[in-house]
Ligand binder design. Structure first.
Ligand code: COA
Length: 151
């Protein structure tokens, strides 16, 4: 199954699928409007298994610094290693574009994402109080960073 993984850049025609996956995967998903903006401003990647969209991710770049803005795997496909493969692809792309480190923020309660990032090599470096909205209020963001090495 893992041999059939492909990555390609996201296009406007993908947004129905992307937004549907986001709505299943996140309590506070990105909107279509946000993705339309992201397509022109950032690098947005689709992950496909046997031609089917199973995940996507968004990275931004400022000089030699990357920022992982979003990553998601379809709920029914999670826990099979796809998240790690997607993260590896995004970080490989950042490295190819000359980035030497990558930052990200995540909800303090998002343990599966935290473990994924740690497994890849991210380290926690800070916390932003009440950064994210929740249904009942707010929760903290954790800030993580990873040094990127060219092969
Ligand atoms: C975070 C997210 C992208 C991870 O994707 P994923 O495909 O589930 O990630 P992986 O499969 O690589 O790893 C998840 C777990 O599956 C396990 N796993 C990986 N390959 C496996 C396999 N072949 N068999 C069994 N388990 C496996 C991993 O060990 C990991 O376990 P852990 O969480 O207990 O450490 C996904 O959960 C997601 O989309 N969440 C919702 C959106 C989100 O929160 N995004 C992050 C925003 S900061």
């Amino acid at each position: 199954m893992l041999n059939a993984i492909e990555f390609r850049l996201m296009q406007a025609g993908d947004l129905d699928q992307v937004v549907a996956l986001e709505q299943q995967a996140f309590s506070h998903p990105w909107s279509r409007k946000l993705y339309l903006d992201a397509l022109t401003s950032y690098e947005c990647w689709m992950m496909l298994v046997e031609g089917e969209h199973v995940g996507h991710g968004v990275i931004s770049q400022v000089l030699d610094e990357a920022h992982l803005l979003n990553i998601a795997v379809a709920v029914e496909q999670q826990g099979r290693g796809l998240g790690l493969q997607l993260l590896e692809h995004l970080m490989q792309r950042a490295t190819e574009r000359g980035c030497v480190e990558c930052f990200l923020e995540l909800r303090a309660s998002n343990q599966s994402a935290y473990r994924l990032y740690e497994r890849f090599g991210f380290n926690e470096i800070g916390r932003r109080r009440d950064y994210y909205p929740t249904v009942g209020g707010h929760e903290d963001a954790l800030v993580m960073v990873c040094t990127l090495f060219a092969d």
